[in-house]
Design a protein around this ligand. Structure first.
Ligand SMILES: NC(=O)c1ccc[n+]([C@@H]2O[C@H](COP(=O)([O-])OP(=O)(O)OC[C@H]3O[C@@H](n4cnc5c(N)ncnc54)[C@H](OP(=O)(O)O)[C@@H]3O)[C@@H](O)[C@H]2O)c1
Length: 315
């Protein structure tokens, strides 16, 4: 299915998804600060320190949400989701060979969308052995339908020295633009700290949210100091259970924050070391909600402290 056919087939769905996106006529000051139009040019961006390239503060995680059977219905649904992501100004899609059919699904979706030029392609190498790593990364390119990646990350530090050696050569050859390393759930922080302190890297990906703030002590200041861009995974990590049926603090409503998802994301992306967050969702409604966190005002240091205190009252 080419883009034109695809667009026709989902036009109703897209129209339904996009219709409520324009701000209403009763715009608040904060809404106006966000710009009248959602999309490229209005979403907040950060620069990747090593390359100077700008990327939006909200990306798209794909570990479970789009790892579905590759049926035409699922491909149509995921293509619509990713099309909406791009329309709302998103660029970074994060995947891994670990995530079941995710990379294959991304490949189908990108093909349907004629490979949007805004795409910031991000995946991981997740295997042991130099040759195995090379084969896996080549396979990822095939699955995505692309010839180079904007960012290749070493997943969970697995055989990182071996893969780094390959990736340095690939970076010189232009096969990968940026190189990174990932962890999650607070794992391997001591080893990661040693790596970040000594090995030149473009990106690090780690878990950070208003409940799990361990990385604030050492890893985030270190990344800031070393000029390493930070991607935050698991920005929600079960937090909605605490805020269910709870009213958003007034100071956040005044900031233009409309939901707890935006509260959680704005907390993460307002840390000075954080370059972007990659929430995952299977729902267009949640995607829109999450993308809105990347518009308008971000909390300052004082407000971030208030957010921590407000959250502590929920648990
Ligand atoms: N070691 C690593 O490198 C590593 C480890 C973990 C994760 N990651 C990356 O980080 C991404 C994000 O992490 P994650 O997927 O584990 O968790 P997450 O993004 O923190 O949370 C995803 C969950 O939040 C729900 N959700 C999303 N938006 C919502 C909204 N606006 N309102 C209510 N619920 C919402 C989703 O359900 P719905 O589908 O119903 O919206 C889903 O259950 C992954 O997809 C992956 O790309 C990397």
């Amino acid at each position: 299915m080419n883009r034109r056919q695809f667009t026709k087939s989902i036009s109703l769905l897209t129209a339904a998804t996009m219709a409520p996106l324009a701000f209403s006529n009763t715009k608040s000051k904060k809404d106006l600060a966000a710009g009248a139009v959602l999309g490229k040019g209005n979403i907040l961006t950060n620069k990747i320190p090593s390359s100077g390239q700008s990327i939006p503060l909200i990306g798209f995680g794909t570990s479970r949400n789009i790892s579905l059977d590759l049926t035409p219905e699922n491909i149509t649904k995921c293509t619509a989701l990713i099309e909406t992501f791009f329309k709302l100004g998103g660029t970074m899609i994060d995947s891994s060979p670990m995530y079941g059919t995710s990379e294959q699904m991304i490949g189908h979706c990108l093909k349907n969308l004629d490979y949007p030029k805004e795409l910031f392609s991000t995946t991981k190498v997740w295997t042991r052995g130099k040759q195995e790593g090379i084969e896996q990364m080549r396979q990822s390119m095939k699955l995505w339908g692309i010839k180079k990646f904007d960012l290749m990350q070493i997943h969970n530090l697995v055989d990182w020295q071996l893969h780094l050696d390959t990736l340095r050569n690939w970076q010189e050859e232009g096969i990968v633009k940026h190189i990174g390393i990932t962890t999650s759930h607070g794992r391997s922080h001591a080893e990661l700290e040693k790596i970040l302190a000594t090995v030149p890297l473009d990106f690090v990906q780690l878990t950070y949210n208003v409940k799990d703030r361990a990385v604030e002590n050492r890893l985030l200041p270190l990344a800031l100091d070393r000029g390493i861009a930070v991607i935050v995974n698991r920005p929600f990590n079960g937090l909605f259970g605490y805020s269910k049926n709870q009213e958003l603090p007034e100071y956040m409503q005044e900031l233009g924050c409309k939901s707890w998802a935006q509260f959680y994301l704005k907390f993460v992306i307002s840390h000075p070391a954080v370059t972007c967050a990659i929430p995952a969702t299977s729902k267009a409604k949640h995607l829109k909600d999450n993308m809105l966190a990347g518009y308008g005002e971000l909390p300052d240091k004082k407000t971030r402290q208030l957010m921590v205190e407000s959250f502590k009252k929920l648990i």
